[in-house]
Ligand binder design. Structure first.
Ligand code: AMP
Length: 279
């Protein structure tokens, strides 16, 4: 595994790989790797000759009162895990190299970025789209892999790549879960013991929604209300949003159907968790 921090060096390395006819795959991450990330890296290793994992805690996607400063970081551990999963290049740029003095361009995917997590975290997806556009421009991969865990993010990136003719294939990897169903997340490390126990309620609520749908319920409002009630039965849980949407347009669906996505953001204590399930 080769670790690159310099943007120019990353560009040169990619240009050489491309010239040799190698397929380059990119997995963007904020580090503190877990099995969710590692699954995406392994998936990419099956599709590409060269697997670039970017590791960058992007300040522009955090709100002023969010956890940018305390977001978990462990470069040595991440390097070992990424290499083991098949990463060939770890790209870990410095913040001041990514956002030098005078940086003024924002990539904004209108509409899609304003709902769900975007409504709750103003500017978040502008930060995400901007940094992903930069990473795609620097690494110039043939394909880039994103997790279904952040389904809205993947939808926004797909839209951006299409709209800006970026010519990279976007691939989604499935949600990787703990044995009790909790979706893996670097932020799970914030949970106390009691909170960790309560956090399984996100997946339980998605399961409840699915079983109501399977037993014939189609009115989204009623199903979402049942799910909300289950979540709020946990002392530490507070629902930020819970929706049934079309996974492409992210528009609310009053009637559930196969292919509809149930999605939510829930605070467990101070920790904000997201999860989703496609019916
Ligand atoms: P992050 O480091 O949280 O920005 O995540 C980097 C990538 O890993 C994103 O594409 C996420 O969607 C993906 N990811 C994070 N957690 C999971 C998970 N539990 N299952 C699948 N993909 C995930």
């Amino acid at each position: 595994l080769r670790t690159i921090t310099d943007i120019g060096e990353m560009r040169t390395s990619s240009a050489c790989l491309r010239a040799e006819g190698r397929v380059i795959g990119l997995v963007p991450t904020m580090g503190y790797l877990h099995d969710g990330h590692l699954r995406l890296i392994r998936m990419t290793a099956e599709l590409a000759d060269s697997v670039v994992v970017s590791l960058f805690v992007n300040p522009t996607q955090f709100g002023p009162s969010e956890d940018y400063g305390r977001y978990p970081r462990d470069l040595a551990r991440d390097t070992a895990l990424a290499e083991d999963a098949g990463c060939t290049v770890l790209f870990a740029p410095e913040t001041r190299a990514m956002y030098p003095e005078g940086h003024a361009t924002i990539v904004r995917v209108t509409g899609l970025a304003d709902r769900m997590c975007g409504a709750a975290r103003p500017g978040h997806f502008d930060g995400v789209a901007t940094v992903v556009a930069k990473l795609l421009n620097i690494v110039r991969p043939h394909l880039a892999v994103f997790g279904q865990k952040d389904a809205q993010q993947a939808t926004i990136i797909e839209r951006m790549v299409l709209d800006l003719d970026m010519g990279v294939e976007i691939i989604r990897g499935p949600i990787v879960r703990e044995p009790d169903g909790l979706a893996m997340s670097s932020r799970n490390s914030y949970l106390s013991g009691d909170e960790r126990a309560d956090a399984t309620v996100l997946f339980e609520a998605l399961g409840l929604g699915r079983s109501l749908f399977r037993s014939g319920a189609t009115g989204a409002a009623k199903v979402l209300e049942e799910m909300r009630r289950l979540i709020e039965s946990k002392a530490s849980a507070r629902v930020q949003y819970i929706v049934a949407v079309d996974p492409q347009t992210l528009e609310d669906l009053p009637e559930l159907r196969t292919g509809a996505m149930l999605a939510m953001a829930v605070f467990i204590g101070e920790t904000r968790l997201i999860d989703n399930l496609v019916l």
